[in-house]
Design a protein around this ligand. Sequence first.
Ligand code: ADP
Length: 460
Amino acid sequence: MIRKVLIANRGEIALRVVRACRELGMKTLAVYSEVDEQSLHVQLADEAICIGPAPAIQSYLKTDRILSAAELGDADAIHPGYGFLAENPTFAEQCDACNIKFIGPSSNTIRKMGDKVLARQVAIRANVPTVPGSEDTILDEKMGLKIANAIGYPVIIKAAAGGGGKGMRIAHSTVAFSKEFRTAQMEAEKAFNNGAVYVEKYIEEPHHIEFQILGDRYGHIVHLGERDCSLQRKYQKLIEEAPATFLNDALRAKMSKAAVKLAKACEYEGAGTLEFLVDKHGNFYFIEMNARIQVEHTVTEEAMGVDLVKWQLRIANGEHLTLEQKNIRCRRHAIECRINAEDSEKNFVPCPGNINLYYAPGGYGVRVDSHVYGGYDIPPYYDSMIGKLIVSADTREEAIERMHRALNEYIIRGIKTTIPLCKKIMQDPSFRTGNVTTKYVETFFNRTVEPNSETIKIHE
Ligand code: ADP
């Protein structure tokens, strides 16, 4: 039985895990960097230990300090959240060696599915369609060019260890290929300390559709439907929805079958996501697996009525996953807006700083997952996401109205955020049709959508 969970993360996901642990009667131990002392996750955990200076490399990525904190605080499990050490197979192994339960899949599964090239190979062996491309990492430019010419342009060069949209370059011709190839290698080396890249056909204006999976250690695996995460900026998601409006039942059934097949092929334990691209003809292609909880897990929770983080903890605790596929059904439409400290008018440049006034929305069908509050200083060292606003309703139309209403209530002063952009998107007729592809944000800035409502006034 897990008694105490160390949460090897920060921000809203650390808070999310604290809350789930508390409801299950598990104690929590937060770890934090010197600049995160005032974060809500530190204040709400049962105990907290400082693990080093602000840069993640000296704190949240320092495996020895985190394991020492677990020993010092007598934690018997570690929840890695997302990012940082969540998909680091060596860390999962180190936890095993210290007799601490790593809350996630086995290190073998992480090793296989965390590397995009290896994950593609698993998919190919399982007969799940992948984007046409190289079967292995590309050793040099000459080899890459040969493959790109065979696939046909445009192609996308991607980092094998990729994540967060980094290390991806599109080449539209043989001439452009060499330059983009070298840039992708350099970006991959810099971001992941691993310059390995591979090449795929670039799918024009696809939908990004992903399936949520839960599996227990006894081999029982279910899917919890899909999320549409096509609305992205810089290859990173901004607004997510469940279910995906444009999927018909036949395609949904085919894709969910492929997702479960892949999760079975890697003996998946815990919560995970299989990501696919879908082209305009309804062809779908596996692109990668996220062997961890994701930022946007919340829309699945709200649409399906299932607490995914609690299931992660219960599965890690050795419990049987009692959800049966036939009883899992989509109950509501859910939308999430990522609230980022960014200036969307200046190419989404991060805008850390002090929040001098904070007022979060509420009411029926509204959920806010955030670690910030009035007076909070957003440090410049980490991801710019400072919260998530999630709404659910009986229909997509009602969910959009609710989101728009909640965004109008959401007040964050002192910094720039993505709230104004999200408000405009909620009013955009093109978004409202539901046929959003990964090109949406790019084209959005070429059109103008004037907001027709004001932020609610509150007493200051
Ligand atoms: P990361 O792990 O960095 O998030 P992904 O492989 O998940 O990278 O891809 C992120 C996004 O990049 C996708 O949602 C999509 O918008 C775009 N993308 C990735 N591969 C392709 C492709 N082959 N064709 C078109 N777009 C792609």
